[in-house]
Every structure is written in structure tokens, then in C-alpha cells.
Design a protein around this ligand. Structure first.
Ligand code: FAD
Length: 365
């Protein structure tokens, strides 16, 4: 079995396949030392970590911060909504330190028998009539693999699915400006382990404290609403941040560790999730708004479920993939409805382009 993409989704899929006795190769184009986006796992995700048998990876509170909940000024500037994880059966969420989490997870997956090739580039993928043939180049070797099935867990690029005539449908053009901080007051204490969310006229802000006194701050907006030119971006960040009532005061006790980095934060999906002996999962199949804080959990769930589905398919249950794809369709429809409902609850800047787009949009671009 070949899994393409070694994010949370590809790792979870490889683990399940290897646990069921399959020989698995995971092809990762980058490495586990490069920065990765996303850190927050809500309390509801702790059960998934348990199911995958990887809770221990996250149990070291000096590496991954136990998160007490979410404080959000969504729809209201006077009293924040507080989602307190204390009342959830697991009692806390997690703010992961990345790429450390991915590295620990990859080490675990390797120990369970998966061959993980980092810095690996697929040069050619073709169906021979009996199997997929995949030519791969890494920094050390050039090799060729044959496999009966390919899982595309390559994230938003959906790089395998797109070679099989599946197309990405974008729901918006949303971007994120992300910046890392470290606390000037030492390690984060128990009172400040909440995620903070604060909307503004042209988007919304997010702050997550991390273990080891670090933090991540992110501004979500549309690319035509902010000056992203290299010499202006620092000023754009400062001006918009200066208007916040909750996030700016928090950052007063933090110092910047990096310049703002811009990345896509759009919602998207493939027009079809599977084809002959391939299946897309995780962000390759569908990517959610970071507001949901569901991307990593979704990746883990998709990977874990898909591993089992592929085993059923290879043992002769030929409809298994199509049935799984129907589940993915339902998940995406539910996500789009939930997202629209959530944005609808913020009406303070109903004339602003950012909010108008989210209040009136049917989505697809
Ligand atoms: C700004 C932002 C903030 C976010 N914050 C959160 C958060 O707080 N909590 C949360 O749960 N989610 C968050 N998310 C979403 C989350 O990051 C993703 O949903 C999640 O990482 C998806 O996991 P994945 O394994 O499907 O894909 P990815 O994590 O994208 O992994 C894909 C992997 O495939 C590799 N790859 C790509 N192409 C190839 C190729 N051709 N060959 C080999 N390898 C390839 C990549 O290098 C990568 O390692 C955020 C997203 C954004 C944009």
C-alpha cells in the first residue's frame, strides 16, 4: 500500500493499514523539521487520539499545552462566550507544538512497521494494468514501487487526485497571516491556556498559547481586503491588530519570533473523492475554515477510517470505497451548513465585504 502525504491524515491511515498486517510505504515530499500549520485540538478530539493509541505522544505537558477552552468575542463585544473544556469528559483540549507532534507521530508509525520516505518526490505514477507503478526520488535513493491502491493524503494540493481528473472546488479565497510569539513572562500559566477568538470588520483574530512559553497569533481575512505587499505587511498587521480589544492586550506580554507568514485558509473540496484504486482523504478531499478547529481531527479520523475501508476493498468488498465517499459527501454538506450558521451569528459589520461574502455566499467559486 502506498500513502502519499505524511500529515496527520496520511500517518493515521498508514498506522491502521500496518496494524492490519499490510506493507505500507508513506511518501512525504517534505520533512518533520519544517513548520506546519494548526495547533489546536478541542476536547472532543481527545477520544480520537485514544482510538489511534497515540494519547501518550501528547501527554507530556511541557511539549503540548493542555488547553482549558475557548474565549470568543464572536457576535458580542461586551461579554465573551466561554467554552470551558473542564465540563467535557476529557477535561481539556491540546495546543500542539508542531512539527514536534508530527515527528513524534511519524516515529510511532515507523515503529509500527511503515516505511516513511521523507524529501520524496513522485516522478511518475502510472497504472500498468495490474498495479500502480510509482517512480520516486529521495535525497538518497531513486526507487520504484508497485501497489494495488494509492491513498492521496497530500493536503490541499490533492496532488494524486488531480492527476486522475479530479478537480478542486474552492468555496472562498480566504487567507491567514500567521505569526509566532514567545512570552516575556516565562511559561504560560494555568489561567492563560485558553484559545482567544476576536472578530473585526475585515476578518477575525485568533491567539493560541503553546507549551514552553510560546504562542501563535493568526489573522483571517480575504486577500483583497489587506495590503500584503512585502514592504507593507508588517504595517498592515500592526494597524489591524491595534484595533482589537482582546488580542492586542494579550500580545503585550509576548515578543514576536517571526514576520507574518501568509497561507491559504480557504474551504475547498474535490469534485470527486475516489476513482479506480485511489481515494483522497483529509485536506486532499476537503479542507475546512480554521474557525472550525477541526482540520487535524478530521485528518486523523479520515485516515483511520480510510485504512479500514481500503482493507475491506482489497478483500473483495468492492463497494466499500463508494460508500465511504458518500460519508465524505455528508460530512462536507454538514460542514458548509455549520460554517454558514456560525458566520451568520456575527452581524456587527453586516456591510463589510468580508462578512457580506460569508452571509450571502452560496459558496462555490
Ligand atoms: C491557518 C490555518 C490554521 C489552522 N489551524 C488549525 C487548528 O488550530 N486545529 C486544527 O485541527 N486544524 C487547523 N488547521 C487545519 C489543519 O492544518 C489541516 O486540516 C490538517 O493539517 C490536515 O491534515 P492532512 O494530513 O490532511 O494534510 P496536511 O497536514 O496538509 O499534510 C499533507 C502532507 O502531504 C505532503 N505532500 C503534499 N504534496 C505531496 C506530494 N506530491 N508528495 C508527497 N507528499 C506530499 C505535505 O508535505 C504534508 O506533509 C488550520 C489550517 C490553516 C490553513
Amino acid at each position: 500500500m502506498v500513502v502519499v502525504g505524511g500529515g496527520p491524515c496520511g500517518l493515521a491511515a498508514s498506522l491502521r493499514l500496518a496494524n492490519n498486517g499490510l506493507r505500507v510505504a508513506l511518501i512525504e515530499k517534505g520533512s518533520y523539521h519544517q513548520p506546519r500549520v494548526g495547533e489546536h485540538l478541542p476536547a472532543s478530539a481527545m477520544g480520537v487520539l485514544q482510538e489511534l493509541g497515540i494519547s501518550a505522544i501528547c501527554s507530556d505537558a511541557t511539549s503540548h499545552l493542555h488547553c482549558a477552552g475557548v474565549v470568543s468575542w464572536w457576535g458580542n463585544e461586551h461579554t465573551p462566550h466561554e467554552l470551558d473544556y473542564f465540563y467535557h469528559p476529557f477535561g481539556h483540549g491540546l495546543n500542539l507544538t508542531r512539527p514536534q507532534f508530527d515527528r513524534q507521530f511519524a516515529d510511532h508509525v515507523r515503529r509500527q512497521g511503515t516505511l516513511i520516505l521523507e524529501h520524496a518526490k513522485i516522478q511518475q505514477l502510472s497504472w500498468t494494468g495490474a498495479a500502480w507503478r510509482i517512480d520516486i526520488v529521495t535525497e538518497e535513493v531513486r526507487c520504484c514501487m508497485e501497489t494495488q491502491f494509492v491513498l492521496d493524503a497530500s493536503g490541499k494540493s490533492a496532488s494524486i487526485a488531480r492527476t486522475q481528473a479530479s478537480h478542486i472546488i474552492a468555496w472562498d479565497a480566504q487567507i491567514a497571516l500567521i505569526r509566532n510569539y514567545h512570552s516575556c513572562a516565562g511559561p504560560i500559566n494555568d489561567r492563560t491556556t485558553h484559545i482567544v477568538i476576536e472578530p473585526c470588520e475585515i476578518g477575525w483574530w485568533y491567539f493560541a498559547p503553546l507549551a514552553d512559553g510560546q504562542g501563535v497569533c493568526m489573522f483571517i481575512t480575504d486577500p483583497d481586503l489587506i495590503d500584503l505587499r512585502k514592504h507593507s505587511i508588517e504595517n498592515s498587521w500592526r494597524v489591524v491588530l491595534g484595533k482589537t480589544r482582546a488580542v492586542a492586550p494579550i500580545l503585550q506580554s509576548f515578543a514576536t519570533m517571526s514576520k507574518p507568514v501568509v497561507c491559504s485558509a480557504r474551504s475547498q473540496r474535490l469534485d470527486h473523492f475516489f476513482g479506480d484504486r485511489w481515494l483522497a482523504i483529509g485536506d486532499a478531499a476537503m479542507a475546512f475554515d480554521p474557525l472550525s478547529s477541526q482540520g487535524i481531527t478530521k485528518g486523523l479520523r479520515h485516515g483511520w477510517m480510510a485504512g479500514q475501508v481500503v482493507i475491506r476493498y482489497l478483500s473483495g468488498e468492492t463497494a466499500a470505497i463508494a460508500h465511504f465517499s458518500q460519508d465524505l459527501e455528508a460530512i462536507f454538506s454538514e460542514y458548509i451548513a455549520t460554517r454558514a450558521g456560525y458566520y451568520a451569528t456575527e452581524q456587527r459589520w453586516a456591510d463589510s465585504l468580508f462578512w457580506r461574502r460569508r452571509h450571502t455566499s452560496t459558496g462555490k467559486r
